[in-house]
Design a protein around this ligand. Sequence first.
Ligand code: FAD
Length: 423
Amino acid sequence: MPPSDVFDIVIVGAGPAGLMAAIAAGRRGSRVLVCERQKRSGKKLLASGGGRCNVTNALGDRTFASRFGEKSSYVFAALRKFGIEAICNFFESIRVPLKANDGIHFFPESNKAASVVEALVQACRDCGVVLRTGCDVTSIQIKDGRVCGIIHSGGIISTYACVLACGGKSYPKLSGCERGYELASQVGHNIVEPVPGLVGLITKETWPGSCAGISVKNAHIRIKENCSGKRSLTQKGGLLFTHHGISGPAVLNISSAVSRMLLNRPEVRLYCVMQEDLDAGAWNKRFLEWQKESGRKTVSNCLKPFLPARLADALINETGCDKEVLACNLSRANRLRLVQILTEGVELTITKSEGWDHAMVTSGGVLIREIEKGTQASLLIKGLYIAGEMIDCSGPCGGFNITWALSSGFCAGSAAACEIPAC
Ligand SMILES: Cc1cc2nc3c(=O)[nH]c(=O)nc-3n(C[C@H](O)[C@H](O)[C@H](O)COP(=O)(O)OP(=O)(O)OC[C@H]3O[C@@H](n4cnc5c(N)ncnc54)[C@H](O)[C@@H]3O)c2cc1C
């Protein structure tokens, strides 16, 4: 076998997790090869944040990790080695300073995701990492319970360690695929069924379409019971009506849970409160005042200071009233129903998500119980490491997923480098 086909570490995937793993290992003196099946590195990263790349955020490691719910301690273990401050310093050191105009979300100062990808690739080259694009890894070779090589579209490579950083299934146009799950399950890892995450939701009701384009700043979305039927899930934030349903940050952030529930049932009911400022008593008082003082005004007009007109009309319709109903003609039953919709939420029936083509992240993937906290080492196969989105660990929108990819990639690359005999 020619010497070029022997590497200390082979990294599968040149997204943020794989490139960061390569830099961490390369800087520790390992001979590293990155195999990327696409023609170029970091395709998803290039499109991230609307082409601007929301790399991380200013929440602080502890709060940041808490947004991963039951996986927070797992994420925190990686952040302790390569956390938000370290990520910002790292990008500064490779001449891509980050800035947070809103004080929270960090983007490159250039506002160009391409500058992030180019700098990561250059940092790889600077420490001698070999990057092969168009190189599809098809299997991992194992001998006596440890990695000894990989097979790719062009041949076999001998190696001491392998980092799987293949990403998830989301956005196939931008390199999303199931290859990582196939490779991990070939060597015995269990995969939590992947479902689309950070994705818009399709409603059975057609009225949201009549509000398409309207966004509500502080919506409150609630699912009465989660997958295990135990407690209610809630999200607060922006909601955007689309032609076939709902989207916006609050919806995206609850979408993984909804997608998972839809695996076992045909529909999921959500309750959306559009305006949380007033409680039922205050709304009732207002409606009674409007009936007395502005009786010839339509209810829709009365609601104008609180809700966009088309949305107010749709909610009035939901009570069974005509949207032109005058305040003085609103029956007690309809008033109470409208107040209930305004305070407890309008019910929406979700039948599916917008699907893999639009999902920004994959929820599900390699079972985290089988990967060591803080090193990303496989607990099943020696010399195997797994990082980034291909693990059953995903966060909300706002820089969480790229940070997780970078942080877990760093841990995997550093730990893999320490396995190499000369290290
Ligand atoms: C439109 C969009 C916008 C986003 N915006 C943001 C954002 O602003 N902030 C944020 O935090 N997150 C964002 N995300 C999510 C974020 O981009 C991903 O979570 C992140 O890229 C995951 O990194 P990764 O390295 O794990 O996987 P990926 O970036 O998916 O990289 C994996 C790589 O592995 C390669 N690969 C797979 N299998 C093989 C194989 N067998 N052989 C060789 N190569 C292989 C793939 O081709 C791919 O290039 C966005 C996602 C999308 C789709």
